[in-house]
Design a binder for this molecule. Structure first.
Ligand code: Z5A
Length: 222
């Protein structure tokens, strides 16, 4: 299998929404797509783990509490197995066709959850990232950042917790710390939005970051 080439050589742009649970990724995903579509940009949304029939089946395994505890390495490899499928069968064909792709999570989540949360070495994750993705990286990752108490309180209003949602506050603190550090180290690729604010304020801040990317990518479109 040949390695995917850099996103920069592709016509569409790849945007990811990231953050701990409950910060509003799913809530804002549709608004990002609608915002881009309204500016004449063909856009699709997707999510990880998932995004393809096989990837959604793997997601079921990853979130299920019906199995004995999963080894961290198994979890890591399943994330990248779903991602390989997602990239080849959904993300790259869309970008090649000039379509913009907005994903609810991508590989930053692996660094945050499997790296920060589970303690897997960054080098192992980076090796899998290079192998599965080649040079493909998101053009923009928006980190919706809120303290763990706020995120968990919002997410906790839903039904039964999945396998990740039953993790401890310490786990989510480590996850959040990795996200924030990655954003700090690469400010050109990340935008951090304060997700503690109300929905209207968060959405406005998020869409203004999308407009920045639009202005860089399609002059006159924003
Ligand atoms: N995972 C991983 O470990 N490694 C990886 O590589 C990848 C993923 C890709 C599934 O992801 C799990 O997979 C995830 C990490 C792991 N587990 N965790 N935790 P997911 O994205 O499907 O699951 P999630 O993060 O748990 O989704 P979520 O809890 O739905 O979070 P969200 O999408 O950011 O939140 P939301 O559903 O949009 O909002 C939650 C509630 O808060 C909802 O009622 C909203 O109306 C409310 N909300 C949102 N924003 C606001 C504001 N600003 N004010 C008030 N209320 C708000």
């Amino acid at each position: 299998m040949t390695s995917p080439s850099a996103t920069a050589e592709r016509r569409g742009r790849f945007i990811c929404l990231e953050g701990i649970e409950g910060v509003g990724k799913s809530t804002h995903l549709g608004a990002v797509v609608a915002h881009l579509q309204a500016r004449g940009i063909t856009t699709v949304s997707t999510r990880e783990p998932g995004g393809t029939p096989l990837g959604e089946a793997v997601r079921g395994l990853l979130l299920s509490r019906d199995y004995p505890p999963m080894h961290a390495d198994t979890e890591l490899l399943l994330m990248f197995a779903a991602r390989a499928e997602h990239l080849r069968h959904f993300i790259l064909p869309a970008l090649d066709a000039g379509t913009w792709v907005v994903s609810d999570r991508f590989t930053d989540a692996t660094y945050a959850y499997q790296g920060g949360g589970r303690g897997i070495a960054v080098e192992r994750i980076a090796a899998l990232e290079d192998w599965v993705q080649g040079r493909v990286r998101p053009d923009l990752t928006i980190l919706l950042d809120a303290d763990v108490a706020t995120g968990l309180a919002r997410a906790g209003k839903r039904g039964e917790a999945d396998r990740f949602e039953q993790e401890t506050v310490d786990f989510f603190e480590r996850v959040r710390a990795v996200y924030r550090e990655r954003a700090r180290l690469a400010p050109d690729r990340y935008a951090v939005v304060d997700a503690r604010r109300d929905l209207v304020q968060v959405r406005a801040a998020l869409l203004s970051r999308i407009d920045d990317l639009l202005a860089r990518s399609v002059p006159g479109a924003s």
